[in-house]
Write a protein that binds this ligand. Structure first.
Ligand code: FES
Length: 135
């Protein structure tokens, strides 16, 4: 039996629906989104790669009001948001350090969180937060 020509193997392998094609996942997956709402009601929806924090998504996309002065070290509270109540129970538990930082934040509410402490997952696709200006 004659060997299969290399160009024929490559053509089959590169079909988007071919299950072993490494590009298949990229073509069918999408990044989760976060909706940032400003105090004036302006909405901005951004995409973020899994594993990034909500704060990183904000700063990489120039979301006003997320200053993140400490760079995500949970020591400034300038990444404070009010999480939409529909999402608050889907977030990871708040640790004592975040809780203490929020005590010093402007306009703390029951749904307050620090965005640097929220890591994006597929389950948080569509997370909606309202920015709380730090000053
Ligand atoms: S970036 Fe400083 S507490 Fe979140």
């Amino acid at each position: 039996m004659a060997p299969v020509a290399a160009d024929r193997r490559c053509a089959a392998y590169s079909l988007p629906h071919f299950p072993q094609n490494p590009l298949r996942k990229l073509e069918t997956s999408s990044m989760p989104t976060i909706v940032f709402i400003q105090p004036d009601g302006t909405r901005q929806e951004v995409e973020v790669e899994l594993g990034y924090s909500v704060m990183e998504a904000a700063t990489l996309n120039g979301i006003p009001g997320i200053e993140a002065e400490c760079g995500g070290a949970c020591s400034c509270a300038t990444c404070h948001v009010h999480v939409d109540p529909a999402w608050i129970d889907k977030l990871p538990e708040m640790d004592p350090m975040e809780d203490a930082m929020l005590d010093a934040a402007n306009d703390r509410q029951r749904t307050s969180r620090l965005t640097c402490q929220i890591e994006m997952t597929d389950e948080l696709d569509g997370l909606t937060v309202t920015v709380v200006p730090p000053y």
